[in-house]
Design a protein around this ligand. Sequence first.
Ligand code: ATP
Length: 323
Amino acid sequence: VRKIGVLTSGGDAPGMNAAIRSVVRAGLYYGFRVYGIRKGYEGLINGDVEELNARSVGDILHKGGTILQTARSPRFTTEEGQKKAVSMANVFDLDAVVVIGGDGSHRGARDLSRHGVNVIGIPGTIDNDIGSTDYTIGFDTALNTVQDALDKIRDTAYSHERCSILEVMGRHAGYIALNVGISGGAEAVILPEIAGSLDIDKDVIKPIIEARNRGKKHYIVIVAEGAEGKAIEIERAVTEKTGLEARATILGHIQRGGSPTVHDRVTASVMGVKAVEVLMNGGKNRVIAIKNGKLVDIDIDEALEMKKSLDEEMIKICKILSL
Ligand code: ATP
């Protein structure tokens, strides 16, 4: 019987459990034995491995986080660490390792593949910043969490006629910021993709003053964590230059938790089955992705060369609607 390992790595994302469940159940369905590797690459190095059955993944579909836990493993980025990980994959006789995680985790999977371990990547990160796929598991849930927080902040901003500055996650990418900028009706959105050009007067102060002159009673500014301006700096600038009360809120890890949305559960389930089917069909070193609405698998080396960028049209729409 062929054996598959499954691990989650990097930042946790809602829907990772749904993906684990899917890999385990599809694996069993197709006659594999499936092993859970705890704490990402760190667990692989340490041999923290346990066989999973259909019941081990019962009652987790709706839970945030990851039952396998996750880790950032500096050891795994070294040649020595990777060799240990490979030898452990051999100890457990794993034919393949399914890696659920973000861009860094996919790079780690590629390194494993270069050492002879067959890997399949499943994109899981709230940041949606993996070049090879239009969508990553966890993104939709994070958007809804941020939107929920923003709606609450908007209530109090309106009551006090304040300017609220909300710093959202996304690492070096502005997918969360831009989408919530549109869904939450922000006056200004500060994106990392428009680097080197932040002009607080033009990009933040002017839209707020114009909005005030048009009779608005509250003002929302979304700042991506990877952007040039920090929420606290913008808070200070708005207070000094407009006389409005400004309040910065850094949402932080609330954005990573919570029960996954239907979209994330379905995407994770579909990707998990696809990962196992790719293995069934003899696939080697592939990543699962969504491209133009279609579920596909791509060679991992090619996938890691792929780039994507924020949709210019969405940036324009965000500006038009902030009037
Ligand atoms: P997220 O962006 O959601 O936090 P991620 O998967 O990008 O997820 P990282 O911390 O970048 O998170 O990566 C997770 C782990 O993958 C790292 O701790 C490291 O062990 C491994 N890894 C990251 N980058 C590389 C790389 N370039 N080469 C080899 N391994 C890597």
